[in-house]
Design a protein around this ligand. Structure first.
Ligand code: GLY
Ligand code: MN
Ligand code: MN
Length: 459
C-alpha cells in the first residue's frame, strides 16, 4: 500500500532522529556522549519451540526510530563524531530465498532508507557502543556494548517524545484508517451479534486499507465487560447487552493510533447510557479546554475527575456533599480508575511519560503522563466512567455515606463508557487527529441507517 500523499518521495528521517538522540545525550552527559557510537539490533525471526514456524514479530521501536526499517535481523550503528548512520541488513542466506523470496539489495536499501551506508551483518565492526539491550541477536558483540545506560535511554526517549512532521503524517494516516474502521463497525451493527463480529469488522477494514498490524489487541466489549479496561476476550454473545465499547487502533509504519467509541448496539440510547456518555463527553471537552503547551497533564486529569463528581451529584449517584469533599476523599477514583491519557507514537503507551505507579494518590497512580505538555507531543484524551462490581467493592463499603446505592444500581448494566481521541499538541493548542464522530445523535443515525440497509445475515 502506498504512503499518504504528503510523504511520497520523502524518506523516514532516521538521520535526523540519530542527531536528535545525540543532542539529548550531550545535554544530559557531554563527556559520555563525546565521540560515542550507538548500536541497536532490530528484532529477528524466531521459531516456536518444537516447531518450524516463526513467531509473529514486532520491530524493536528504538531500532525503527533510527532507521525506519522493518526488516527482521537488521542492525544500526551511529558514529556520532562522523555523523554517519549505517544500516546492516541480515546476511543473505541463499537457501532461504526459495522459501522467502529475494531480500532487499544493499543498493535498494540505500535508496529507501535515510542512512549513509548499507552493509551486511557479517561486516559489523566497532569498538565500544551504547545499546538498549544485549540480546540473542547481538550477543557476539557483548564485550563492545554498553547496555541500558540510563542517559542513553533518556536521550532516546526525549527524542521520541517530540514528533517531527514525517511522524505526524504517519500518525495522521494511522488515525484516518482507524476512523474508517470505527465507522465500518458502527455501520455493521445488524450483523454484529457477538463481540467477535465487532472485532472482525474492524480487522477486515484495517487489513483492507493496508494496516496489517494493530497498535494493540482490539478491545471489543458489550454490557458489563465494558468495565474491563483492557478486555480482549471479545467472544461473548451480545444478546440484550446493548452498550458497546470498542477501543481499537490501526498501526501505520509502526506508528500507533488508539481510539475508543461507545454506542448502543441498536442505535437507541437508554436513559442511563446516554447520561453517562454525555458526562464522559463533558469530561473530555473540559480537558480539551486546558490542552496547550505548558499545561500540566495532572491538572487536566483532575479536572476530568471534578466534572465526573459534579455529574454524579446531578444524577444522584453521589449524595449532596460538596464537590471538594468528594474530591478530597477520592470517591471518584474507582469510577474513573485510569489516567486521562498517555503519550502516543511508536508505542501505544509511548516512552517519556514518566508514570509514577507507586504514587500513593489513587487519583494519580495510573496516570501515564507526568510532565507538562509540549508542542508536537501526541497524546490521547480518553476519560472514562465505569461500573465494575470488582473495582467498586471497597468503595461501596468504605465510602458508602457518599453513594446513593439505589441510584447507582440503575447503571451497572452499562459496564462503562470511554471516549478516546488522538491529539497533537500544537503551538496554540491542539489538533485531534481522528475524525470519527462522537456526537451521540450522529452515532445513533449511522447505526439506524445501517439497520435500514437490510444486511444479509452472514453468520
Ligand atoms: N487501548 C489502550 C489504551 O487506551 O490505553
Ligand atoms: Mn489509550
Ligand atoms: Mn485505547
Amino acid at each position: 500500500m502506498s504512503q499518504p500523499r504528503a510523504l511520497i518521495g520523502k524518506k523516514y528521517p532516521a538521520k535526523q532522529h540519530a542527531r536528535n538522540v545525540y543532542n539529548h545525550f550531550k545535554s544530559k552527559n557531554a563527556s559520555k556522549a563525546q565521540g560515542s557510537f550507538f548500536f541497536i539490533s532490530g528484532e529477528n525471526l524466531e521459531l516456536y519451540k518444537y516447531c518450524d514456524q516463526t513467531k509473529p514479530i514486532r520491530q524493536n521501536r528504538y531500532f525503527y526510530y533510527l532507521t525506519g526499517c522493518e526488516i527482521p535481523g537488521s542492525h544500526v550503528l551511529y558514529d556520532t563524531e562522523k555523523d554517519e548512520l549505517t544500516l546492516y541488513l541480515p546476511d543473505v542466506d541463499k537457501e532461504d530465498i526459495m522459501w522467502s523470496g529475494l531480500p532487499l539489495s544493499k543498493e535498494a536499501a540505500l535508496e529507501k532508507y535515510d542512512v549513509d551506508e548499507v552493509k551486511y551483518a557479517a561486516e559489523i565492526e566497532f569498538t565500544k557502543a551504547f545499546t538498549t539491550d544485549i540480546n540473542q541477536w547481538n550477543k557476539k558483540f557483548e564485550t563492545s556494548l554498553i547496555e541500558s545506560d540510563s542517559d542513553f535511554f533518556y536521550a532516546l526517549d526525549e527524542s521520541r517524545l517530540i514528533k517531527d512532521d514525517y511522524e505526524i503524517e504517519l500518525m495522521r494516516h494511522a488515525a484516518k484508517l482507524t476512523d474508517n474502521c470505527h465507522l465500518a463497525v458502527m455501520s455493521a451493527t445488524p450483523i454484529e451479534t457477538n463481540q467477535t463480529h465487532i472485532h472482525a469488522e474492524f480487522m477486515y477494514h484495517a487489513l483492507r486499507q493496508g494496516s496489517k498490524y494493530q497498535s494493540y489487541d482490539p478491545i471489543c466489549c458489550s454490557g458489563e465487560s465494558c468495565s474491563t479496561l483492557h478486555y480482549v476476550k471479545n467472544d461473548e454473545e451480545i444478546n440484550d447487552q446493548r452498550s458497546i465499547l470498542i477501543d481499537a487502533g490501526c498501526e501505520w509504519n509502526c506508528y500507533a493510533s488508539d481510539v475508543t467509541r461507545c454506542f448502543p448496539i441498536n442505535g437507541d440510547w437508554t436513559k442511563e447510557h446516554l447520561e453517562i456518555y454525555n458526562l464522559v463527553l463533558k469530561m473530555q471537552e473540559e480537558a480539551y479546554k486546558l490542552m496547550k503547551p505548558g499545561a500540566k497533564w495532572e491538572d487536566l486529569h483532575l479536572k476530568a475527575h471534578r466534572v465526573l463528581i459534579e455529574g454524579f451529584k446531578e444524577l444522584g449517584i453521589f449524595k449532596d456533599y460538596p464537590v471538594e469533599e468528594l474530591f478530597e476523599n477520592k470517591v471518584s477514583a474507582r469510577f474513573f480508575p485510569h489516567g486521562l491519557g498517555h503519550l502516543l507514537g511508536l508505542d501505544t503507551h509511548d516512552v517519556g511519560g514518566y508514570a509514577n505507579y507507586s504514587d500513593p494518590d489513587p487519583l494519580l497512580c495510573y496516570l501515564r503522563l507526568r510532565r507538562p505538555l509540549e508542542t508536537n507531543m501526541v497524546v490521547t484524551n480518553e476519560p472514562g466512567c465505569y461500573f465494575s462490581p470488582f473495582l467498586l467493592e471497597d468503595v461501596l463499603e468504605e465510602k458508602s455515606k457518599y453513594i446513593n446505592r439505589e441510584v447507582l444500581d440503575k447503571y451497572w448494566y452499562i459496564g462503562g463508557v470511554r471516549i478516546e481521541d488522538d491529539v497533537l499538541i500544537t503551538k496554540d493548542g491542539y489538533e485531534i487527529l481522528n475524525k470519527i464522530t462522537k456526537d451521540p445523535k450522529e452515532i445513533s443515525d449511522i447505526i439506524k441507517n445501517s439497520l435500514n440497509r437490510k444486511f444479509h445475515n452472514i453468520v
